[in-house]
Ligand binder design. Structure first.
Ligand code: SF4
Length: 346
C-alpha cells in the first residue's frame, strides 16, 4: 500500500477526530414513534403495532451506546429507523443537525456513507455470488469513488484494519469459503471503508462461535478508538456491552426503561427489568463467566395492546397495585447520568 496515502489518511482521520469535541451531538433521536398498521382484509386499519413508542436520546461524536432488550422490545425497529429504512410515525431523527426525513436523495447517499452497518448474520449480509474484492468495491462505486486506485487503497487499508492480512489471501474468495469470523471481518471492512462517523452494529457477535466473539468485540473496540467512531451497539446480551460501550439504554416493549452508564448497569441496575437482565447475564469470555440464570420470567407484552401503566408490570415482582398497573411511570433521575422509568424511584 502507498505509505504516503496512508499517512495522509491518518492525518485526515486524526484531524477529523479533533474537529469534533465529544460534547457535540452527532445523532439526536427525539420522541420517536414507529408504529406499523394492522389491516384486516376489507376492513381497513384494525390497529397498530407500537414497535417504538416515544424514544429519545442523543449520541455524541466518538461515543458508544448499547441498546439492550429482549427480542421484540423495539431495538431492531429503532436501529432501522436510524438507518433511514423505516420512516418515523412521529418524532424526529437528526444527524449533524439535519432532519433525516428532509434529506434529498444526494444528501441521503452522503448520510448512508456516514453510517456503517454491521449485521447480525454475516453470511446473510454478504452476496454469495460476489468475491470479497467485489463486495468491498461495490459500496464505493455506488458512493461515487471513481478512482480505481483509491478504491483499491481503501480496500487494502480496511482489510488490514480488520486483520485480514495479507489482503491478497482473501480478495478472490467467496463468502462460503470464509469462516464465520472472517465473514464478519469482511462486513466490518465494508462498514469502515467509507470512513463513517457512526457504526450501527446489530447483535454483531450473536451468530458467531463463542471462540471468536471476544475477538470480534475487541476488534470493534480497537476500530472505535482508533477512528473516534460513534457506535450504536444493539444486543439482547448485557454481558457483551462492557467491551466497548460507555452508556446503556435498556428498552422494554418499545420504550426506554433505563438509561445509564455501563458501570452503573453492571453494579447497580435500577429498573427491575434491568436487574432481571443482569441476573440472566453470562460473560462471552469463558475466563470471566461467573453466572448464568434464567431470563426474566414471563413473556414481553403484545405491542398491539400494551399493558396500561408500566408495561413491565405483568412480570414485575415489585409491582405497586393501583399505581404501576394504572399510571405510566415518568422518567426519574435518582442519580446523575441515571434515568429510570419506574415508580420505585419517585
Ligand atoms: Fe415494577 Fe412498578 Fe417499577 Fe414497573 S413501575 S418496574 S411495575 S415497580
Amino acid at each position: 500500500m502507498d505509505k504516503t496515502m496512508t499517512q495522509a489518511h491518518e492525518a485526515q482521520v486524526g484531524g477529523a477526530a479533533k474537529d469534533h469535541r465529544k460534547d457535540e451531538v452527532l445523532l439526536s433521536v427525539q420522541d420517536l414513534k414507529v408504529w406499523f398498521e394492522l389491516r384486516k382484509f376489507g376492513f381497513g386499519i384494525s390497529g397498530y403495532v407500537h414497535a417504538v413508542d416515544g424514544v429519545s436520546f442523543d449520541l455524541h461524536y466518538g461515543e458508544t451506546i448499547a441498546i439492550v432488550g429482549e427480542s421484540g422490545c423495539g431495538k431492531t425497529t429503532l436501529m432501522k429507523s436510524i438507518l433511514a429504512l423505516y420512516p418515523p410515525t412521529a418524532g424526529d431523527i437528526f444527524f449533524e443537525g439535519r432532519r433525516l426525513s428532509e434529506l434529498k436523495a444526494s444528501e441521503m447517499r452522503e448520510y448512508r456513507s456516514n453510517v456503517g452497518y454491521v449485521q447480525q448474520d454475516p453470511y446473510g449480509a454478504l452476496p454469495p455470488f460476489m468475491n470479497v474484492q467485489t463486495i468491498l468495491e461495490e459500496p464505493m462505486i455506488i458512493n461515487g469513488i471513481k478512482d480505481k486506485a483509491e478504491r483499491r487503497e481503501r480496500i487494502y487499508r480496511a482489510m488490514e484494519e480488520v486483520k485480514m492480512s495479507p489482503p491478497e489471501d482473501f480478495l478472490e474468495k467467496f463468502p462460503h469459503m470464509l469462516s464465520g469470523g472472517q465473514q464478519q471481518r469482511v462486513v466490518l471492512a465494508r462498514a469502515m471503508e467509507l470512513e463513517p462517523k457512526l457504526i450501527v452494529a446489530d447483535e454483531p457477535v450473536s451468530m458467531l462461535d463463542a471462540s471468536v466473539r471476544v475477538e470480534i468485540l475487541r476488534l470493534m473496540q480497537a476500530l472505535q478508538q482508533k477512528h473516534n467512531l460513534a457506535v450504536i451497539y444493539i444486543t439482547h446480551d448485557l454481558s457483551t456491552v462492557r467491551y466497548f460501550s460507555e452508556r446503556v439504554f435498556v428498552m422494554y416493549a418499545g420504550q426506554a426503561v433505563e438509561k445509564t452508564l455501563i458501570d452503573s448497569i453492571v453494579h447497580d441496575p435500577l429498573h427491575p427489568y434491568s436487574q432481571a437482565l443482569m441476573e440472566a447475564t453470562s460473560d462471552p469470555d469463558a475466563a470471566n463467566a461467573t453466572r448464568y440464570r434464567d431470563v426474566p420470567p414471563g413473556e414481553p407484552p403484545s405491542l398491539v395492546k400494551p399493558p396500561a401503566g408500566c408495561r413491565f408490570h405483568p412480570r414485575c415482582p415489585y409491582k405497586i397495585d393501583g399505581l404501576c398497573d394504572v399510571e405510566v411511570p415518568p422518567h426519574f433521575t435518582p442519580k446523575p447520568e441515571q434515568m429510570v422509568a419506574c415508580w420505585l424511584y419517585k
